[in-house]
Design a protein around this ligand. Structure first.
Ligand SMILES: [Zn+2]
Length: 345
């Protein structure tokens, strides 16, 4: 992409109230069958339109066709029983009732490829599609079959790679893997997490992104963040490994996070998708605040490798707040772009 400081959201946008209950994560659909299919497509088009009006450069589906960033993918796979549920601890943080792996996992047919084709039809701009990463997938399940987190992760990596290749063939330019688990399970990240992620991204010509965050602005996450102290150094564990990996772009939090920006030195050479929008707050950033966040990162990232983004998904926000934040992201990036252009003259 030729634009300096391109803008792109991490993933989700709020859903319209006629599709699902607003300002709620993982809220159930309000439509069913054919009307649900049509409603999801309409919502996807609105998500594209909101991003286009805000002037974003890389367009996402706003995750309008999925209820949950991990579960919706897993629902389409064989080997997982959604009726057999167990309570497990997610990312060492909160308990949730999750489905159980009861046999070999496999993907009989594409999961998101039709949705991605529909997104492709809506815009000529580059498009991005997010998938869960292998480690984050296994952390959202009980396993009664493989009895090994690593084994199951490798199976999911193979399945994700199949899906990613088909998304690429459908015209997706950027494929993102969401791995919030990389901020939690440091030993596994080293032992097999990054390798499994690379397996998921193997052979892709599309640009590949790994998104690692501190989660949506829900209570379990904000409580956890309160225990992390004044400096959040979790990225220190994964960044050196990712710097040496085949993944092209690292997506991380910055705005209102206590992440020391000098950690970006650890991924020198990679593209950086920097969160300049706080998704855990209803306060809409000013363009100047967005610009300041981006400027601070430029001490550690070459300007041609910086992508302006959000800290995480915006699903739980109101649509008005989300639209305001999209506009701020775009305007803030434009400010820094102008400064860089002036500095070059
Ligand atoms: Zn996130």
């Amino acid at each position: 992409m030729s634009t300096l400081l391109p803008t792109s959201i991490v993933g989700s946008l709020p859903k319209p109230s006629w599709l699902a209950q607003p300002e709620t994560l993982w809220s159930p659909w309000r439509l069913s069958d054919d009307t649900l299919f049509e409603g999801k497509q309409d919502a996807l088009r609105l998500a594209v339109e909101d991003q286009r009006q805000a002037g974003l450069d890389v367009i996402s589906d706003g995750e309008q066709t999925r209820q949950h960033f991990v579960t919706t993918f897993i629902e389409h796979l064989d080997g997982v029983d959604f009726d057999q549920r167990e309570t497990v601890r997610i990312r060492n943080r909160y308990d949730a009732s999750v489905p159980t792996v009861v046999g070999a996992v496999s993907r009989q047919k594409p999961v998101f490829v039709e949705d991605a084709k529909y997104l492709r039809q809506q815009t000529d701009q580059p498009i991005k599609w997010a998938l869960p990463g292998p480690m984050t997938m296994i952390d959202t399940l009980a396993d009664r079959h493989y009895k090994s987190r690593e084994k199951l992760a490798w199976e999911f990596a193979t399945i994700l790679n199949q899906e990613a290749r088909e998304l690429e063939a459908a015209g997706v330019d950027v494929i993102q893997f969401d791995e919030p688990s990389f901020n939690v399970f440091f030993d596994e990240v080293k032992d097999w997490g990054v390798a499994a992620l690379e397996r998921a991204a193997e052979g892709l010509r599309a640009e590949t992104v790994v998104h690692i965050c501190y989660g949506y602005g829900i209570k379990a996450n904000t409580d956890w963040k309160a225990t992390l102290g004044s400096e959040w150094r979790q990225y220190e564990e994964s960044f050196p490994l990712l710097q040496r990996s085949a993944i092209d772009v690292i997506s991380l939090e910055s705005r209102n996070s206590h992440v020391p920006l000098d950690l970006l030195e650890l991924i020198r050479g990679k593209k950086v998708m920097l969160g300049a929008i706080d998704v855990a707050s209803d306060t809409i950033e000013t363009p100047e605040q967005v610009a300041e966040t981006l400027r601070n990162a430029l001490d550690f990232v070459d300007a041609d490798k910086l992508i302006a983004s959000t800290n995480c998904g915006m699903a739980p926000l109101s649509r008005d707040v989300a639209r305001g934040k999209l506009a701020a992201l775009s305007a803030g990036a434009a400010l820094v772009r102008e400064e860089l252009a002036t500095a070059q003259v």
